[in-house]
Design a binder for this molecule. Structure first.
Ligand code: IMP
Length: 418
């Protein structure tokens, strides 16, 4: 039994797509289990840059891919992705997966625009409203989408309430009506009906049959709805525990948890960020690392690697190993810093505070390392610049999990194993 989960250890955008693709070649199934098309996973193969928002990145390796119950699925986006990806797509979708309906995008926009200081900076993809409807038990699931009569019934129930909220509360004009939604979404249901699969059953059976399953997390630990920097979080559970509820699978089916750690930190949207760099080094990291959101194109905020955050991530996720990404982006800097603790008032702390109140007042303390050069041509871990190894050794020791992979460029081959 090999159940491997790939987890974003920071605020998302750690490079999960590349690592999933890398390990995907030795895998039978690749499964998404939370989030939706707020994610943007990039895979670079030669000159080709593939960007997936919903399709699990394993599709690039021609694997069977699955979308589990914990995902919120926008069928319009899925149709586009399947069409754009020219190769054959072998996809299964759990009947319990909730559907993002067009009113969810508008609700997301309306709510964001009405928030003053508490604006989250969401991707406006309807993620929060779709999860809210799921929790309120008024959501539409994939099993409803593929059954026109059930879909009509559901839309008939929900539409008047959504229309009233959007028009009366958010003062928005609806570019659709009950009939147009039913017509468009029942066609999408028809298109995707052959892909219906009980993903919980398929995954558990595959693992019992000694198949290898890779679970591709989306977003990152500190965007977790409970354990992130609430309310500046997403509406799902990107921590490793989310895989069980998102797939419908016991925890003991997972025997490998890979934490993806970007060699520095980035964040999109609002919320606390103690190691943020608003100087020329920050600008350099944004430009060199092409730190612009895959989904929204927004410029990402950047900062040094934050070990109190990483130690907390380790506690929340239980990483059995770590993959370091984008080490090459730090190449050429004279000094590289890493945050080792924070001062909050007169206290020194070395874990991520549970409250934003603590974080907003946190002043980072740093350890400084001599700079290093990464050419992208290194074939083995031992080929890496000695100063880079010192930086990595320190991170490994502090986090308490072994580094097994280091990414030194966007391409598949720009990867060294340790
Ligand atoms: P939502 O998930 O669209 O509701 O956005 C909530 C917060 O999570 C915002 O700060 C987004 O920028 C952030 N977010 C959502 N998905 C991703 C992702 O895949 N990478 C990085 N940040 C994300």
């Amino acid at each position: 039994m090999t159940g491997t989960v790939v987890i974003g250890s920071q605020f998302g955008d750690e490079g999960k797509g590349k690592v999933t693709d890398f390990y995907g070649k030795n895998t039978d199934l690749v499964v998404r289990y939370q989030g939706g098309n707020n994610a943007g996973h990039t895979v670079v193969i030669g000159d080709q840059v593939l960007k997936f928002h919903l399709l699990p990145s394993g599709v690039a390796q021609g694997k069977r891919i699955l979308i589990g119950a914990g995902v919120v699925l926008d069928p319009r986006v899925l149709k586009k992705e399947v069409e754009e990806f020219k190769e054959k797509v072998d996809l299964g979708i759990d009947p319990r997966t909730h559907i993002i309906m067009p009113w969810h995008n508008l609700e997301d926009e309306g709510r964001e625009d009405s928030r003053g200081k508490t604006k989250i900076g969401t991707t406006k993809r309807g993620i929060g409203p779709a999860y809210a409807d799921k929790a309120q038990r008024v959501g539409i699931r994939f099993e409803d989408l593929v059954d026109k009569n059930r879909l009509a019934e559901k839309i008939r129930d929900i539409f008047p309430v959504k229309k009233a909220i959007l028009e009366k509360v958010y003062d928005l004009k609806l570019p659709f009506n009950e009939n147009s939604v039913l017509e468009e979404y029942s066609k999408l249901g028809e298109l995707f009906r052959p892909m219906l699969s009980d993903v919980s059953l398929e995954v558990c059976t595959a693992l019992d049959d000694e198949k290898r399953v890779l679970f591709e997390g989306a977003q990152g630990t500190f965007l977790d709805n409970d354990f992130g920097t609430y309310p500046f979080v997403t509406s799902s559970h990107p921590i490793s525990g989310g895989v069980s509820t998102g797939v419908g699978m016991p925890l003991n089916k997972i025997n490998r948890i890979i934490g993806i750690v970007k060699a520095y930190t980035t964040r999109v949207g609002f919320g606390p960020f103690p190691t943020e760099l608003n100087d020329e080094i920050g600008t350099h990291l944004v430009e060199t690392g092409k730190e612009f959101g895959t989904t929204t194109g927004r410029k990402r905020r950047v900062g040094w690697l934050d070990l109190p955050m990483m130690k907390t991530s380790m506690r929340l996720n239980g990483f059995s190993e770590i993959a370091i990404t984008k080490l090459d982006v730090l190449s050429g800097l004279e000094k590289v810093k890493v945050c080792t603790s924070y001062n909050v008032g007169d206290k020194k702390i070395d874990l991520f505070p549970y409250s934003n109140k603590g974080l907003e007042n946190a002043v980072a303390n740093y350890k400084e390392f001599d700079g290093f050069t990464i050419t992208g041509k290194e074939k083995n871990y031992s080929d890496l610049d000695e100063n880079a190894k010192k930086y990595l050794d320190f991170i490994e020791k502090e986090i308490g999990a072994p580094i097994k992979l280091v990414s030194i460029g966007p391409g598949r081959e720009e990867t060294v194993l340790k």
